[in-house]
Design a protein around this ligand. Sequence first.
Ligand code: FAD
Ligand code: NAI
Length: 495
Amino acid sequence: MTEQQYDIAIIGAGPGGYHAAVRAAQYGAKVALIEKKYIGGTCLNRGCIPTKALYASAHMIEKVEEAGEFGVEITDFKVDFAKAVDRKNKIVQELVEGIAALENAWKNDIFIGYGKINGGIPETGFEISIQSEDNRLINAKRIIIATGSSPALIPAFNIDHERILTSDDILDPNFKTIPKKLLIIGAGVIGCEFANIFNAFGSKVILLEYLPSPIATEEPMIVKQLQKKFQSLGIEINVSQNVLSVENTGSGVKATTCSASIPRDQVDSAEKFTFEADLCLVSIGRAKESKNIGLEEMGIKSDRGAIKVNPKTLKTDAEGIYAIGDVTGGLMLAHVAYHEADVAVANALASIGGFPVHEKTPDYNIVPATIFTSPNIGSVGLRRKVAKDQGIDVLMGQFPYQSLGKAKCMGKAEEIGFLMILAEKQTHKIIGASCIGVEASELIAEIALAMQHGLTVHDIGETIHSHPTISEMVLEAAEAVVGMAIHKKGRPIFH
Ligand code: FAD
Ligand code: NAI
């Protein structure tokens, strides 16, 4: 029998789901939030937060190693991965509890169990079953699906969660071993972030990447800088590798590859290469979590698991049901899920009527992103190649960290890298930026705000930036676009 009635039911309590639940409650809606595993989803439990906690430990090691230059002699120090993991677990636990407390403060009902849409229409509401020890049925006028993603499992890679692992396994609260040698398949965002972390804790890291370049979506100059840093740290990147198999040998792992340029029908006779290590992390992308949640019953289409939504409304094929976040297969970032949560909540409540909110449309033109390697990589807006492909005439300005007083004061690691800003040639409006270096993630935020408001490089140049700060990188790079950076010689362009 159907029990409680809600304005909105949200399936999945990751960044998309928990954010949607709070936002809906702020507008006065009665909200049910359904979660099968852990509040906070991938991001808080097996993604953004635990990786950044471990990254902070890795960064600490890097700083301790250069302490001597600062006049601080640390003659002997020990790294303790188990302790770093305990710290990470504590941070995760505190944040998860914080989210649960927030939902409670907004009087949202949290149901722990597996959510599935059984049927219904907007006029009468939808029936949702929640499978758990005490199975429940609820009714909601609107539904937001925010079921997220999980590591892609490829049969040939024999992921056994013992020696051949996913990021979920490595971020498990009980994973406390540093392998002597770690093989990472996939030099994308996850692969590169973990390479950095394990290298700092003393592992010999070997990356295998199918494409000719790691993190291939970033600016080639940025990638080159990262490769240089990885090389100096002893992290090995093997590109253009077609990984044919991975096996657990009992005492370690063995991967067999051939060149990615070999056509599929000639792989058998191709020259093979083997890579051995103690453990293997497979990080080759993520699968969407959309099975058995009632899509077929409701006539909701998906493509290889990614729920299809109207790009303007985030509505699925079923009236009254919306989908957001990783499960829609767009940009798999927590802040994109947050943004989509705002849009879906607004559209769902506006369609019910009586709530103080209007319809919204998502805007993906300005999505900042960061790769938390050391140094960080931050980007927003267009890359040079994309701008060229779109026929946009661009001006490019670059500024190196080594010319910045604050970076020099901070240390050797902080002197590495540069910020590159792209502006439209005619208008000098900022259309993109890429950065590798300390606080790249924070610098990109200022540029994102400038882009959101259609600002030009001159608008940034005329804004006083505090000295000496890392944020002066933005000022100098913006002025460099028109050859007017003070601390770098350029060829002035007058507007
Ligand atoms: P998820 O976070 O996956 O949450 C979905 C939730 O739905 C899960 O809790 C799941 O248990 C639940 N669920 C699924 N099916 C059901 C069901 N039938 N019933 C009930 N509940 C269900 N992004 C960033 O922006 N910055 C980062 O630094 C970053 N680092 C990352 C590091 C790693 C290692 C990984 C794997 C990802 C990282 N991401 C990062 C990506 C980020 O975690 C995701 O984009 C984000 O979590 C997506 O949010 P979501 O709400 O769509 O899905
Ligand atoms: P990804 O798409 O970033 O990288 C996967 C890499 O694996 C690619 O370089 C790809 O070419 C390679 N690959 C695919 N198949 C392969 C094969 N068979 N053999 C060898 N290489 C292969 O995916 P990843 O790293 O798994 O991350 C998933 C998502 O999580 C990303 O889309 C990202 O948005 C998100 N994420 C975001 C972070 C952040 O914002 N800092 C951190 C970590 C993850």
